[in-house]
Design a protein around this ligand. Structure first.
Ligand code: ADP
Ligand code: 5GP
Length: 223
């Protein structure tokens, strides 16, 4: 009856470093069909345990700049002195084949995507409070003290942009936050602006069927 736009949703997820964006998105794709997390390219060094092609495509600054020249990115930004970018290839194919694509990117990237693709869904992940953010960033054991401070300073600036997003999810418990993100995506798919056509059966035909219904007994009606 309703023909709805069957393209996948482009979902942009941002939030301060350590808020839990990766944790939430990875948990979400584990329990959700037809959802893919885009793998970014970066000039930062891999952390312990990070896998090339799974967490990021790791390149040198020069290689990254070559890709910029070749227009290989949908968007890119400099975050704490390193390049990060979303490779263009694959995204359009996934979206056209009905697969939702998640971009876990910073605020500058989100602002650029908003200009390019205004229909994308923008979700901001917040920590329950800033002391918890500090504990999570330190607890992850991926950053030096200087880098933690740098990221913490960036975090305060990032939170100023919160209202540019459509939704905010406070990451208190992972399962709770994941189910909120899932609910937001479900709701987004029910938006009336995704409807392309409305096809209704002929009204006169249905009224005629009611009139001709010999089993219909008005006497059974009770008030
Ligand atoms: P981000 O991708 O936003 O930088 P991560 O997903 O890497 O953040 O999470 C930062 C750290 O906090 C990780 O060590 C992760 O395991 C932990 N973490 C994430 N969400 C929660 C949560 N709800 N409760 C406790 N720890 C969490
Ligand atoms: P991290 O070094 O913690 O992996 O990422 C640092 C920041 O860069 C995070 O806010 C992360 O979301 C963001 N980021 C990761 N990939 C991209 C990308 O492709 N584009 C942009 N603009 N930001 C990205």
């Amino acid at each position: 009856m309703l023909k709805v736009n069957g393209n996948g949703l482009l979902i942009v997820v941002s939030g301060p470093s350590g808020a839990g964006k990766d944790t939430i998105c990875k948990n979400l794709v584990d329990i959700t069909d037809n959802t893919w997390i885009s793998i970014s390219m970066t000039s930062r060094s891999p952390r312990n345990g990070e896998v090339e092609g799974k967490d990021y495509f790791f390149v040198t600054r020069e290689e990254f700049e070559e890709k910029i020249e070749e227009e290989k990115f949908l968007e890119y930004a400099m975050y704490n002195n390193n390049y990060y970018g979303t490779p263009k290839d694959k995204i359009e194919d996934y979206l056209n084949s009905g697969i939702d694509v998640i971009l876990v990117i910073d605020i500058q990237g989100a602002i650029n995507i908003k200009k390019l693709i205004p229909s994308a869904l923008f979700i901001f992940i917040m920590p329950p409070d800033m002391k918890t953010l500090k504990q999570r960033l330190i607890g992850r054991k991926t950053e030096t003290k200087e880098k933690v401070i740098e990221r913490f300073q960036t975090a305060y600036n990032e939170i100023n942009h919160l209202k540019k997003y459509n939704y905010v999810v406070v990451n208190d418990e992972v399962d709770n936050a994941v189910s909120k993100v899932q609910a937001i995506i479900k709701a987004e798919k029910c938006r009336v602006d995704r409807i392309e056509e409305i096809h209704l059966d002929n009204k006169e035909e249905i009224i005629h069927e009611i009139l001709m219904d010999n089993d219909f007994n008005n006497d059974e009606m009770r008030i």
